[in-house]
Design a protein around this ligand. Structure first.
Ligand code: MN
Ligand code: MN
Length: 308
């Protein structure tokens, strides 16, 4: 397996692992988690969604919907998008509609509102809304990053456009681009020093996301989410240690877990992911994520700058 495929697979599988592990303790306080589980460290399902063991939530299923739309459009749709055509965005909107109609186990309020608005009037973004600062657009952006690894400007345009389908808020935009850039960096094999430097630089440019001292808030507000993810990503170099610390912070634990799992999984690669967590994931998720990762990498390779 190539290093890029290993890291990319590590990111998407790490994302699904973090979602499935964190969902058990979503909306719990750290003290409640400690009382009930000691340290929560196994993918056992349950939680407020009463999940089956190994089941993932909206974070992963919505990402898979975005990834499927990108793969269906292929490099032609991506090229047309880069030239300003809205067809790809409409098919992403349609994919989110199909996802919502598939009765997912959960769906955030802002995502639901945005998808309904698209259904009603076909608009590709709503007006700025101070209530759109949730993490719902950030949480599903992974496939957009993978599809555009060879083209930074399309990465930026696609990430923002898919995000704005449901969330129109500067903090959501900044977080979606910021974590997307960190993911691109880690997929290229950046070491821990380069990661720390990139994180420090991004926080300098986006001081609202400063996470030292860590405020121990892990809510779905995108600033809290990003601070939690960056705090534990830079604190622990080990995938397992970083993810366990993140989800035991509770609150929006499936989403902080998924995003931490994505970045830490890209850092270590799929081969280094704990086998017990891979075994605990549902098989159909494992297969869908693996297939989609390969497809998106191929799309990325086909959509890069053409050699002259
Ligand atoms: Mn979720
Ligand atoms: Mn969540």
């Amino acid at each position: 397996m190539s290093e890029l495929l290993d890291r990319t697979l590590g990111a998407y599988l790490g994302f699904a692992i973090g979602d499935a592990l964190g969902a058990t303790v979503e909306f719990m306080r750290p003290r409640e988690i400690a009382l009930q589980y000691g340290v929560h460290r196994d993918i056992i399902g349950g939680g407020w969604l009463k999940l089956a063991a190994g089941q993932v939530t909206d974070d992963t299923t919505m990402s898979l919907a975005l990834g499927a739309a990108l793969l269906q459009g292929g490099s032609t749709a991506l090229q047309c998008f880069a030239e300003g055509d809205a067809a790809l965005l409409r098919s992403i909107g349609d994919a989110y509609v199909g996802w919502l109609q598939s009765r997912p186990v959960d769906c955030g309020n802002t995502c639901r509102r945005g998808i309904r608005r698209y259904m009603l009037d076909g608009s590709l973004q709503g007006p700025f809304n101070p209530g759109d600062g949730g993490n719902g657009a950030l949480m599903r952006n992974l496939p957009a990053v993978l599809a555009t690894l060879n083209n930074e400007s399309v990465f930026e345009a696609l990430s923002l456009a898919q995000a704005r389908l449901t969330h129109n808020h500067p903090a959501s935009d900044a977080a979606t681009l910021g974590l997307g850039r960190l993911l691109r960096l880690l997929l290229r094999g950046a070491d821990q020093i380069a990661l720390q430097q990139a994180v420090a630089q991004w926080v300098l440019e986006n001081p609202g996301f400063r996470f030292t001292p860590y405020r121990e808030r892990a809510t779905a507000y995108v600033v809290d989410t990003v601070q939690t993810v960056l705090h534990f990503l830079t604190l622990h170099e080990d995938f397992e240690a970083a993810l366990i610390a993140t989800v035991n912070q509770g609150d929006d634990a499936d989403t902080t877990g998924a995003l931490l799992g994505m970045l830490a999984g890209a850092r270590c690669g799929a081969a280094q992911l704990p086998q017990r967590w891979l075994d605990q994931l549902q098989t159909d998720t494992l297969q869908a994520v693996t297939e989609q990762t390969k497809g998106l990498l191929a799309l990325s390779a086909a959509s890069g700058p053409q050699p002259h």
